[in-house]
Design a protein around this ligand. Structure first.
Ligand code: NAD
Length: 252
């Protein structure tokens, strides 16, 4: 299959892209950060991988990503909308331009990419859309007005894609991770540790773990395995669903 995955020069996206590549699929790595993407390209010598820079907040860049992927590999079978960033501030301090940007990257971007990929998927009567949402798509978190809005919206978009794709063998699902062991989360922990004058490990154990019943971060590999399953034939009847993978966080 041909997999197009955004935000795949780092963290979850990189791990998921590598997992699909290891399973023998053709993978289009894509990211806003061209330097990071070039570094991934340099360490991924595979004829099954190509690297296309794309800022998902730009419609022309989204169109180019889908068209180029189709031109090189002949189809687009799985679209994984993963690109994202975080900004934490109270409502009254939240810059409106950052709110708009986050919606553009984490909601409008997935819409624009799906809009481009859907006609190709309908024509080939096969498609898988995977949207990287979050537990923040299901419950509210203080300080994350834009992120919560974008991720809640992404779950709505996922359901519409599922309905419109249903008769064309196109499924759409969302993955909702809790705290994943990524550089982003580790850096946040390091900052927290500095502010609270403790070690990163202490911050993990005293601040984060009390929130997580399994008392561990989610491995990127676990997200990748879920993505592989949702893209597989075994998941052909599963559509329009959010898949929570959070170590028990939302069970409380
Ligand atoms: P990350 O920062 O490691 O990776 C995100 C990638 O997206 C980066 O390479 C970045 O350059 C890219 N990106 C940012 N803006 C972009 C844009 N406009 N166009 C294209 N690419 C862009 O972060 P991550 O932790 O791997 O997060 C990946 C996804 O998973 C995000 O959607 C995030 O919301 C979601 N998520 C992460 C966690 C977590 O614990 N890390 C939990 C739940 C959900």
């Amino acid at each position: 299959m041909v997999i197009v995955i955004t935000g795949s020069a780092s963290g979850i996206g990189l791990g998921v892209a590598q997992a699909f590549l290891q399973e023998g699929h053709q993978v289009v790595f894509s990211d806003l950060n061209q330097e990071a993407l070039s570094q991934v390209a340099a360490t991924t010598p595979s004829k099954n991988a190509i690297f296309i820079p794309c800022d998902v907040s730009s419609e022309s860049a989204c169109q180019n990503l889908i068209q180029e992927s189709h031109k090189v590999f002949g189809s687009v079978d799985v679209l994984i909308n993963n690109a994202g960033f975080q900004h934490v501030a109270l409502l009254e301090d939240f810059p409106t331009e950052v709110f708009n940007k986050m919606l553009q990257v984490e909601l409008v971007g997935p819409f624009m990419l799906t809009k481009c990929a859907f006609p190709l998927m309908k024509a080939q009567k096969f498609g898988r859309i995977l949207n990287m949402a979050s537990i923040n798509g299901l419950v509210g978190f203080a300080g994350k007005a834009a992120y919560n809005s974008a991720k809640h919206g992404l779950l709505g978009l996922t359901k519409v894609c599922a309905l419109e794709g249903a008769l064309f063998n196109i499924t759409a699902n969302a993955i909702c991770p809790g705290y994943v062991d990524t550089p982003l989360v580790r850096n946040q922990l390091a900052d927290l540790a500095k502010t609270r004058q403790m070690s990163a490990q202490e911050a993990l154990e005293k601040i984060l773990y009390p929130l997580i019943p399994q008392k561990r971060l989610i491995a990127i590999e676990d997200i990748a395995k879920l993505a592989l399953f949702l893209a597989s034939d075994a998941a052909k009847s599963i559509t329009g669903q959010p898949f929570v993978i959070d170590g028990g966080y939302l069970a409380q």
